[in-house]
Write a protein that binds this ligand. Sequence first.
Ligand code: HEC
Length: 386
Amino acid sequence: MNKSPWIFLGVLFALSLSWWGMVYGPASQANNLSPELGAGDPLRPRVGLAKQGEQVYRENGCYYCHTRAATGGTFGYEIQITQLGDDRQLNAEAVDQHGKYSEKSVFQKAYSYKAVAKAADALKAEQDKKPEEWDEEKIQDANATLISTIGLSNDIFRGEAEDVNLVAYGVSGVNFEKDLLAQLGLPAEMNTNQVRLIKEASFPVTDGSQSWEDIEGTIQKLKDKAGAQYKLQPVAKKWPDVQKGARRQSVSRDFLFDEHVMVGVMRLGPDLSSQGSFIAPLDKNGFPVNTLEADNKFYKHLYDPQWDGQSSHMPPFRYLFKERILGKNEQVVSGEIEIEKKDSYRVAITPTAKARALLEYMKSLRNDKELPEAPLVIERKQASAE
Ligand code: HEC
């Protein structure tokens, strides 16, 4: 019998199998991976001026004196409840492991809202029935709850800041009709700010000094028994860079798209990893806000780090500007920036393409977006014990 077709098929099968296992499989998995993982706010390669600015940064040796690496340290956790579970008793037990959080008005009020929602539902269920099937007792109970809670919210919580009410409403997870909202002292018509407060509502039940071991038990209780939803906010413990305004530590991913990785070796000047957030801070929707004022401040500093009379060890980079000495009553024209140094000079400067590129590069240095391996941390000036 001629076995060659079988041998041929066998070899073909073996080869295809190894191609499938070693080429196709890994490729199809790896193709879905992307370096841009930043919690929906990906790090993107620099483009345009910012990319050119990287070269200007390099050719001027800024990296001799500046680092681009915010250092980290240890952090504690703040547990933030975003939605409370139904059982008040269990939730109170879970949140009270690190203090008396169930005595806070957000907690108490959230459960009054839950009670109101339950009573309103019960009432509605009865009203949907025919009148002869109404259960008088249930209706009375529900009405009593409604009246007492509404009374309660008017008495006990009167004078409470509206924010607290909205946060409590948010974490209670209930949804009221307009007339009920008004009766409970909540705004019946909400503006975008109020809607956001409710959507992002959370309240802390630890003070941020606890390590993972300290809170593990609480997390388990919240999740398994109490049925609450929460998030964990890392709180930095004395990170010098965070104290100076960085939002997280720098990690390798921050340098992924750099043509030349200029981490820096020495901090003669301050770390620049969060410089973008200083020049163009994010607005509440997460978009950088550029202002002429902040841009000009950077330019003036680059032109003469001592222009405002402060001493500085940074050299002036005047050759990155066109300059024109201003006469006594002469004004700057559009596009020029006026710098007046006390008892010294008064000039109009125009940034060259290189200076403008450098500014864009500075703005691209930011660590105000979260990465999976580097969560945003906050700083507590003083851990509050309450
Ligand atoms: C010889 C060292 C040295 C070099 C080179 C240098 N700097 Fe600086 N830089 C400093 C020092 C010191 C400070 C802090 C004092 C000050 O604010 O002027 C500083 C401050 C800064 C600041 C203000 C940072 C802040 O958060 O207050 C920026 C921005 C800056 N430098 C950018 C640059 C750029 C861009 C270059 C390259 C064109 C550069 N530096 C080159 C030493 C240097």
